[in-house]
Design a protein. Structure first.
Lengths: 434, 163
């Protein structure tokens, strides 16, 4: 059916011009049933992978960190861990702790923004955060404070708040002195209080009744709620070394999307992100985060994607409390970075970006030149799951107006904090009715 | 110190999106002038604006006008074009300023200067029309700020480099 066919209605959504992140959805309805849902996610072009080929292995962290303005730490961390695996080196524990502290900053800023600016208006019944701020100024201000606290932590350790420059393969260019870290402690302490209030606030929101039996995938670590380290854990009970990621999860190219779609080898969609992390690691949350989860009534695996706002808030509590512990126990590493000599080989790593597991895989030659690079971001993996959610939402609502359908779909997509959800109206929805 | 803070917003690694950053880059070494370069993050921008007595914000626009077109707005009293630059996962500049109005934390006066871009692809560098506009806006700001008691030292050469 062409766009000029009178039975096809094409709606152009006046979304904000984004330099990154736009989404489009094609919905085909025939005889009162959904015939097809195709979500197109325009992620940063895959040419980052091509761009890396031939570059020095030490450049991978800074190059890939440019892919995303909100989760550069995730790209930095997955890249350095993968390259260190390829070169067969392991930095000292103090470096790992500093990396976790940096990652805490990213979780606080990214979740703080998504909860308050993007997700909360859906639950409070507002068009956007500006309308919500008129009636709930303190709630939105709290969100901005959390965002700024996270930014400040990333800036302190990463050197800059947006594209940190202090991270390198083997460690950091410069490790902060203990006194420098203590400066930010009061701000993180205040952020912890804000985070606890946020978690209690969002736990009281009205959640649409929607549950699906997802196959969750997240890192799992015996000691920590996972950020940098851990093995791959599936909610069906399987656990695997990260090196086996591509044995189990395979990418296919959907004809309507720039993004590659990932499923299990058996064809099953998987769900990554806060719900998945929580399902597999709840017991390893910090004490204040566990208490917040208890107050929210989240004592078991949560299958409602709308409740992801609560789990994000709990993860902010965890990140703040963990950051305080790391600051208090901080002893600068003996040297900020170990020397890393390249060797021919392969390395892969996965770390937990705020929106889900981010996998990097590199092959380098004996001079350290990158021969191949593969980056699998969580939004690409979650895409199939999002489409399945959308089908369940739309199928009983096929007679709703296009505007109603768009709002329904945008809300359902926003649950995943994908790399397209920035704008109030981010979805270019096309509905074909026949 | 000049009472006006100049804030350039954008991402210099996304082509013309770096227009505002480039203007700020040309002005940042001027003595007596407070110049900030921000990526457009809502929280950082609002925090920065809270510290300003008066401010001029410069950003790239994507409104469909001719590339290099420069538009000025009284940001406190005129609605901004919503299609200004917006960084990943953040709100746009228009939304950030709207939030500032709700919180009553914006400086007065607050001017917005938009520079129409044409290319927002990955990679550094401005397109020729935008580069010209950056020069024009920089010169204009210098002469206007001079009339507000801001004196540029003779030795400074603000228009010879790009950010």
């Amino acid at each position: 059916m062409s766009e000029t066919d009178p039975r096809t209605r094409t709606i152009q959504v006046d979304y904000l011009a984004r330099v990154e992140g736009e989404g489009a959805m094609h919905l085909r309805i025939k005889d009162d049933s959904v015939e097809a849902i195709e979500l197109r996610i325009f992620e940063p072009p895959r040419y980052f992978e091509a761009l890396l080929v031939g570059r020095d292995f030490r450049e991978a962290p800074d190059i890939t960190a440019r892919i995303c303005g909100i989760c550069p730490v995730a790209y930095l961390m997955s890249a350095v861990h993968a390259m260190e695996a390829a070169c067969g080196v392991t930095p000292e524990p103090a470096v790992h702790q500093l990396r976790r502290l940096l990652y805490c900053g990213e979780w606080i800023e990214s979740h703080g923004l998504h909860i308050h600016m993007l997700h909360l208006p859906d639950f409070l019944g507002y068009h956007d955060a500006i309308e919500a701020a008129k009636d709930h100024p303190e709630v939105v201000r709290r969100g901005l404070r959390l965002k700024q606290a996270g930014n400040a932590l990333v800036e302190l350790i990463g050197g800059r708040e947006i594209h940190p420059i202090n991270v390198r393969v083997g460690g950091f260019y410069r490790a902060p002195k203990r006194d420098e870290l203590l400066v930010i402690r009061p701000r993180i302490e205040a952020a912890l209080q804000d985070a606890i209030e946020t978690a209690d606030f969002v736990a009281q929101l009205p959640f649409p009744e929607f549950e699906r039996a997802y196959l969750f995938v997240a890192l799992q670590h015996p000691d920590h709620y996972p950020m940098n380290l851990g093995q791959l854990a599936f909610s069906d009970g399987r656990t695997l070394a990260v090196e086996r990621f591509e044995d189990v999860l395979v990418e296919t190219h959907a004809p309507y999307s720039h993004a590659l779609q990932t499923r299990t080898r058996e064809g099953q969609a998987v769900h990554m992100g806060p719900l998945a992390r929580f399902a597999m690691n709840r017991d390893r949350l910090s004490p204040a985060a566990q208490a917040a989860a208890n107050r929210a009534g989240l004592t078991r695996v949560c299958h409602n994607p709308y409740a992801s706002i609560v789990i994000r808030a709990i993860e902010v509590v965890h990140a703040c409390e963990t950051a305080l512990q790391l600051i208090d126990g901080y002893q600068p590493p003996a040297q900020p970075a170990i020397d890393v000599s390249p060797r021919a080989g392969e390395g892969c790593a996965a770390t937990e970006a705020p929106r889900g597991l981010l996998y990097h895989h590199y092959r380098i030659d004996d001079a350290g030149r990158i021969e191949s690079a593969q980056i699998i971001p969580p939004t690409a993996v979650n895409q199939v799951t999002i489409e399945e959610d959308l089908y369940q939402h739309v199928a009983p609502q096929v007679h709703a107006s296009d505007e109603e359908l768009r709002n329904l779909c945008e809300r359902a997509i926003r649950n995943y904090d994908p790399c397209i959800s920035c704008a109030t109206h981010f979805l270019d929805l096309r509905v074909e009715r026949a | 110190m000049n009472p006006t803070t100049v804030i350039g917003i954008g991402n210099p690694y996304r082509g013309d999106d770096g227009a505002g950053i480039a203007v700020a880059g040309r002005l940042k070494h001027e003595q007596g002038l407070r110049v900030l370069q921000l990526d457009g993050d809502t929280a950082s921008l609002l925090e920065a604006l809270q510290t300003c007595e008066r401010a001029i914000v410069i950003d790239a626009m994507c409104s469909g006008a001719m590339p290099g077109t420069v538009r000025r707005y009284n940001a406190l009293h005129e609605p901004l074009p919503t299609k200004t630059q917006a960084s990943t996962h953040g709100l746009g500049l228009a939304e950030a300023l709207a939030l500032g109005k709700v919180f009553n934390t914006l400086p007065d006066p607050l001017e917005f200067i938009g520079i129409e871009g044409s290319c927002f692809e990955h990679g550094a560098g401005l397109s020729p029309a935008v580069l010209d506009a950056v020069g024009t806006v920089t010169s204009d700001l210098l002469s206007r700020l001079l009339t507000q008691g801001f004196h540029r030292p003779e030795s400074a050469s603000p228009c010879t480099s790009t950010a």
